[in-house]
Write a protein that binds this ligand. Sequence first.
Ligand SMILES: Nc1ncnc2c1ncn2[C@@H]1O[C@H](COP(=O)(O)OP(=O)(O)OP(=O)(O)O)[C@@H](O)[C@H]1O
Ligand SMILES: [Mg+2]
Length: 236
Amino acid sequence: MLLEASGLHVAYGDVRAVNGVSFALEEGELVSIIGANGAGKTSILNGIMGIVPLREGQIRFQGEDLTPLPAYRRARAGIRIVPERARVFPRLSVYENLMTGVYGLKNKIDLPRRLDWLYGLFPILKERNRQPAATLSGGEQQQLAIARALVSDPKLLIVDEVSMGLMPKLVDQVFDLLARLNREQGLSILLVEQNAMASLAISRRAYVLETGVCVHSGPAAELMEDPKVKAVYLGH
Ligand SMILES: Nc1ncnc2c1ncn2[C@@H]1O[C@H](COP(=O)(O)OP(=O)(O)OP(=O)(O)O)[C@@H](O)[C@H]1O
Ligand SMILES: [Mg+2]
């Protein structure tokens, strides 16, 4: 297993956001965690990245126990996240934002080649290279956040609600891109989404989260046909 999360509990004071969630992701897999507003999706990611301490549970990555490690050490292990609402640095240029993605990097990457590859995927970022990130549209900032996560050639890409605030056509484009990165580059991806239909369509497996608890899990194709999942998440 590339990533193994077992018995995660996350709480903010008395607010219990995640109550004993376990999931795993194999190398080369695209797996989603789907759930409604407030289900605890971002809290799980905060727990994985070390942004919020776990009350209980364990995170293993490539067999290594990450649980006692601070956030920067987890990133250094090869996990990168595209955070909710993109969160790029508005005053830094597009290029400088990309460079924050390689800060503290241990493994050697061929940066010029990597940037060329990213500019090929996201031509707008090349065009706007020297402009402050704040001048990009929401969709373009989302692309920048994805590119920033990819520049370090991560072993695992985590994507938090990438579809939020994007128009349907852009949502399709971003999901197509993630599916392609997974298929063609073998990139392992953990997708966290409210948009159940779009994420199940490109995932191999998925976990369904409800108020901090995992209520279903299995192959994405089966979950898409599950009457309970359909009723709640797919609007049927
Ligand atoms: N910093 C915080 N302090 C207190 N409560 C929080 C904090 N962050 C999240 N929560 C609470 O934890 C629960 C889970 O929130 P979380 O952000 O993980 O949900 P989510 O599934 O990511 O939702 P969304 O789809 O809206 O992003 C919610 O009840 C939320 O109000
Ligand atoms: Mg969230």
